[in-house]
Design a protein around this ligand. Structure first.
Ligand code: XMP
Length: 606
């Protein structure tokens, strides 16, 4: 390993990836390891951070990890679950109780290098059921909290043993709601672990170039280039590493692209000087035929991923490109969301992680130079490589494209809504002063790190966006069995909602493409493109009061890393315009704005 590196042990908490990102901001590389990885893997790191977990230490859950890490002469910091495991391992006591939720103020007991540059009292973010009530020999209390959700003092919020270099924070230093958290993690990495801050983007570029040359050897790379940020950055990196003669690009129009997108992609690759090595194929017929009557999101995803490879291999044969590796712009969240670690549930199988590609990876036939980066880092890397700003700041667009924004139905699945659920949702809405109706269709979401496939709720209300969003959050927290709330842009709630039978067809895709185009064009025209991280437009086969066969859902969100997101709104004049222009498209029955954060929703509906 060329750099001082920190191991982040992922116990399945929501934020392991965030810990890694925050460590990297100190120009120190961080890698995610599994708790049961062999001890030899841990020995090469300069420090270890144990993440949080949905498991309970007090019940002995998830205690089968590599305990030999505690024999290593390497500093270890535990966060939440990790903090409790450290306390317990070294003779302290953890009980079920002392729960804290949300903000608390931590009083620092004494000046300690972990809290260098921080105040005596720091706001910290808590989320735990278990707590440490006694610490073992050699440990000291470094901080306790006062005035949290229950207004009670809580001891052992931060503990440490300087001789062994073992530390624990009950709070989540990695989340933005612990404002001093970045400094604390930096203190651990730089002061306690004494890491050299050598992981700069410039050096990363040099190293990746070396790595690509090593992996590819005398072969060449045939890159699937969607035109998105990730594959464009990967393309430029491959060119730098291997020269134009050994890199071929394939852009496939899968029929699931945005309006006019493929033409624009080809144009922009030409502008980047990649035109000579670019091949383009319109394979929309292949994708449509393969999708056939598939309805389930995971089935559709698997088909789309497989068809990419079928077309890719066919084109390679046709073009006489042999002895090549498949290049992909896969980034870190693609792997994680696909259940890329043992504890992570599969939320969605990303198109670049379907079984056929996993087999090719195992056979060493895939090269993915961005696989350990997050989107923010890919953009930074792209800037270093001189890629123009507008290309780097395009909204992310998923590989399966409109295919996962076009909900399908056999007319049955998801249509049977339990009477009790319908009643609870309706009553909840009435009490809060709006109309709430469970819709007879399902979409994918993520709750407590697990996949959900549940019904959305339609809210009809004249409340403001802020008020209705808050109400949606409360409803989603209180009622089980729903995972999204959408806000009806019409002022009247439908008195009849019917689920239609629908598949992936060219006509439906064209309709969605048109609606998506109106949304994206409006966002640009109103100058808010760069304020919004992404804005999927979704088509669902529902009819309101028998006026048409489809509803359109607009989903603007704010996010930084796509692992979490909050719903955004659009300016009221734009909403009004969209209500009219999308409403005038053939067969449109209703239009709504998605109010759901991630979790419990996901960004895409499928
Ligand atoms: P979700 O819907 O899981 O999406 O919250 C997180 C981010 O990932 C994008 N996404 C994909 N990107 N291949 C991709 O390249 C995929 O299969 C895929 N599925 C989701 C999504 O657009 C969002 O930015």
């Amino acid at each position: 390993m060329n750099h001082d590196t920190i191991a982040v042990v992922d116990f399945g908490g929501q934020y392991a990836h965030l810990i890694a990102t925050k460590v990297r901001r100190n120009q120190v590389l961080a890698e995610i390891l599994q708790p049961e990885d062999p001890i030899e893997r841990f020995a090469k790191y300069k420090g270890i951070i144990l993440s949080g977990s949905p498991s309970l230490v007090s019940r002995g859950e998830d205690s089968q990890y590599t305990h030999a890490i505690f024999d290593l002469d390497i500093p270890i910091l535990g966060l939440c679950f990790g903090h409790q495991e450290i306390a317990k391992y070294y003779g302290g006591k953890v009980v079920h109780g002392g729960r804290q939720w949300g903000r608390a103020n931590m009083r620092v007991v004494r000046k300690h290098p972990l809290f260098a540059g921080l105040k005596d009292v720091e706001q910290v973010w808590m989320s735990h059921f278990d707590s440490v009530v006694a610490i073992g020999p050699g440990f000291e209390e470094l901080g306790f909290t006062e005035g949290g959700s229950d207004q009670e003092p809580h001891h052992f919020s931060a503990i440490g043993n300087d001789e062994k270099k073992r530390y624990g924070f009950q709070f989540h230093a990695e989340v933005d709601d612990t404002p001093g958290g970045d400094q604390m993690l930096s203190n651990f990495v730089r002061n306690i672990c004494a890491c050299d801050p050598s992981w700069t983007m410039d050096r990363y570029v040099e190293e990746q170039i070396e790595k690509i040359r090593e992996q590819v050897g005398e072969q060449s790379v045939f890159l699937l280039a969607s035109g998105g940020v990730d594959s464009t950055v990967a393309a430029i990196l491959f060119h730098r590493a291997l020269g134009a003669l050994r890199v071929q690009l394939l852009h496939i129009d899968n029929g699931l692209m945005r309006k006019d997108e493929s033409r624009r992609v080809v144009q922009s690759y030409k502008e980047l000087g990649l035109g000579d090595t670019l091949h383009f194929i319109d394979a929309s017929d292949d994708f449509l035929a393969a999708l056939g009557k598939a309805i389930e999101p995971e089935k559709k995803r698997a088909i789309i991923g497989q068809t990419f490879i079928d077309v890719f291999e066919r084109e390679a044969r046709r073009l006489g490109i042999s002895d090549h590796l498949l290049g992909q712009g896969t980034i870190y969240p693609d792997t994680i969301e696909t259940g890329g670690t043992k504890r992570a549930d599969t939320i969605k199988t990303h198109h670049n992680r379907v079984p056929i590609i996993e087999e090719m990876i195992a056979a060493g036939r895939v090269v993915e130079p961005l696989a350990e980066l997050y989107k923010v880092e890919v953009r930074e890397l792209g800037e270093k490589l001189g890629i123009p700003h507008p290309m780097l700041w395009r909204h992310p667009f998923p590989g399966p494209g409109l295919g996962v924004r076009l909900l399908c139905s056999d007319g049955k699945q998801g249509s049977a809504i339990a009477a009790e659920l319908a009643w609870r949702v309706k009553a909840h809405g009435e009490k809060a002063g709006f109309t709430a109706q469970v819709l007879p269709i399902r979409s994918v979401g993520v709750k407590a790190d697990l996949r959900s496939y549940e019904n959305p709720v339609l809210l009809t209300s004249e409340l403001s966006f802020a008020a209705i969003s808050e109400a949606a959050g409360v409803m989603l927290a209180e009622i089980e069995g729903i995972n999204r709330c959408i806000w009806n842009l019409a002022t009247k709630a439908p008195s009849k909602v019917t689920l239609r039978t629908a598949n992936v067809t060219r006509e439906r895709l064209d309709l969605l493409r048109e609606a998506d185009h109106l949304v994206m064009e409006g966002i640009r025209r109103h100058g808010i493109h760069d304020d919004i991280w992404q804005c999927p437009t979704v088509l669902a086969p529902l009819s309101f009061d028998d006026k048409g066969d489809e509803i359109v859902i607009i989903r603007p969100i704010h996010s930084e890393r796509a692992m979490t997101a909050v719903a955004a709104t659009l300016p009221p004049p734009l909403l009004k315009e969209l209500n009219e222009s999308i409403g005038a498209l053939p067969g449109i029955s209703g239009i709504a704005l998605d109010l759901t954060s991630k979790p419990p929703g996901t960004i895409e509906w499928e």
